[in-house]
Every structure is written in structure tokens, then in C-alpha cells.
Design a protein around this ligand. Structure first.
Ligand SMILES: C[C@H](O)[C@@H](O)[C@@H](O)C(=O)COP(=O)(O)O
Ligand SMILES: [Zn+2]
Length: 215
């Protein structure tokens, strides 16, 4: 796809994050894999003010194009693409329920089979490090090794997928799971969870879900 089409798609994804209630203000950022690097949102610009010319190209060595300031979180986007060759898009936000669970410093357990959408039986919580730091990106690399999404302790969440539409969908799905988890916690703890065997069955089914007529 051409750069300007990707830039438009990035801005659309940012605005959708706000519309879906996943983000507010200048929190969050979005990128797509592009050439040997990525295209990413700029730092500190409210989504409603974004234009295509704000979107920044960062090359494979982490060098942004001249005259533009990329998201302060470009390092964890870069790490996500290195860690997950299957990922072509990365979405980060401060969705309220994800962030609340991250403050508890817990993974989201297998309370619902849709947990498998993130690639396994739980969604991890990467340890806290200051935003924009190499340390934070190192924690993200570990968390995303076997998952497409992670919480960030005292911060928010990250989702990565094959394209922007799916990354946004996954981010929304994780927020719904976080909301469910928080609604159950005051009633019963530990919360009832699905077994690893049941999640393995769902993971297998997801490989073909929506691709053919089910028998
Ligand atoms: C302080 C920032 O808001 C930080 O939380 C960062 O993670 C974020 O979400 C937005 O930063 P950018 O505007 O630099 O992408
Ligand atoms: Zn953030």
C-alpha cells in the first residue's frame, strides 16, 4: 500500500480509538510496518488535529525522517515488529479497564474463551517503566513474545495484529475482557477460568474461523 493510504488508515484508527472510548486527549499511538521500518503517529498531537503530513517514517535503525517528531513510544512499536514477524500494525492506548487491571499488576486470566484472540490463555502485564524508555520496550519484548497483546503496568495496553483494522479490533476486545474481569473480581476471587485444554481448542478453531463454511 502507498504511504498516503497508510497515513490515512493510521489517522482513521486513532479517531476510531476515541470513538470506541478506548482513548482520550493525546494518549496512545498507532503504527504500521512500512518498508524496513514503520509509519507512526507524531508525539503529543490530539487525534482530531492529525493530518497525513504529521505521520512519521522511522527507518529500520530507529532514525525518524528529518523535521518530524515521532511518538515517544516508537521504541516499543519497533520492538513489537521485531518480536512478532506476524504483526504489521501496533495500537497503544490508555483504555480505562485495561489500565485499571494494569494497576492491580495482574494478567487477565482465561475468564472468557475470547482471551485466545491474543494468542493464549492469558493477557500478560508488562512491568512498569517510564514511558518512552528502552527499559519499557525491553519489558514489552518479553510480554509480546507469545502474545499479540499486553497490559502495561500503571499505563495502558498494546495490541498488534496483521493489519490496523485487526489491531484495533483486538485492542477493543482486550478492553472488553478487562471490563469483564473487573466486574467479576468483587464477587469471586480467584475468578473461575477456562482450562488450558479448552483454550487450546479455541486457538485451533481460530485458525480457520471465518475462512470457510463450518461443518
Ligand atoms: C506521556 C505519554 O502520553 C505516554 O503515555 C505515551 O505512552 C502515550 O500514550 C502518548 O505519547 P505520544 O503522544 O508521544 O505518542
Ligand atoms: Zn501511553
Amino acid at each position: 500500500m502507498a504511504r498516503d493510504s497508510f497515513a490515512r488508515e493510521i489517522i482513521h484508527t486513532c479517531l476510531e480509538m476515541t470513538r470506541l472510548g478506548l482513548n482520550q486527549g493525546t494518549a496512545g499511538n498507532v503504527s504500521v510496518r512500512y518498508q524496513d521500518g514503520m509509519l507512526i503517529t507524531p508525539t503529543g498531537i490530539p487525534y482530531e488535529n492529525l493530518t497525513e503530513s504529521h505521520i512519521v517514517y522511522i527507518d529500520g535503525d530507529g532514525k525518524p525522517e528529518a523535521g518530524k517528531l515521532p511518538s515517544s513510544e516508537w521504541r516499543f512499536h519497533q520492538v513489537a515488529y521485531h518480536t512478532r514477524p506476524d504483526a504489521n500494525a501496533v495500537v497503544h492506548n490508555h483504555a480505562v479497564n485495561c489500565t485499571a487491571v494494569s494497576i492491580l499488576n495482574r494478567p487477565i486470566p482465561a475468564i472468557h474463551y475470547m482471551i485466545a484472540a491474543a494468542g493464549g490463555s492469558s493477557i500478560p502485564c508488562a512491568p512498569y517503566a517510564t514511558f518512552g524508555t528502552k527499559k519499557l520496550s525491553e519489558y514489552v519484548a518479553v510480554a509480546l513474545k507469545n502474545r499479540k497483546a499486553t497490559l502495561l503496568q500503571h499505563h495502558g495496553m498494546i495490541a498488534c495484529e496483521v493489519n490496523l483494522q485487526k489491531a484495533l479490533w483486538l485492542a477493543h476486545e482486550v478492553e472488553v475482557l478487562a471490563e469483564l474481569y473487573l466486574s467479576i473480581l468483587p464477587i469471586v476471587e480467584p475468578v473461575p477460568v477456562l482450562s488450558d485444554e479448552e483454550i487450546a481448542i479455541v486457538l485451533e478453531r481460530f485458525k480457520t474461523y471465518g475462512l470457510r463454511v463450518e461443518e
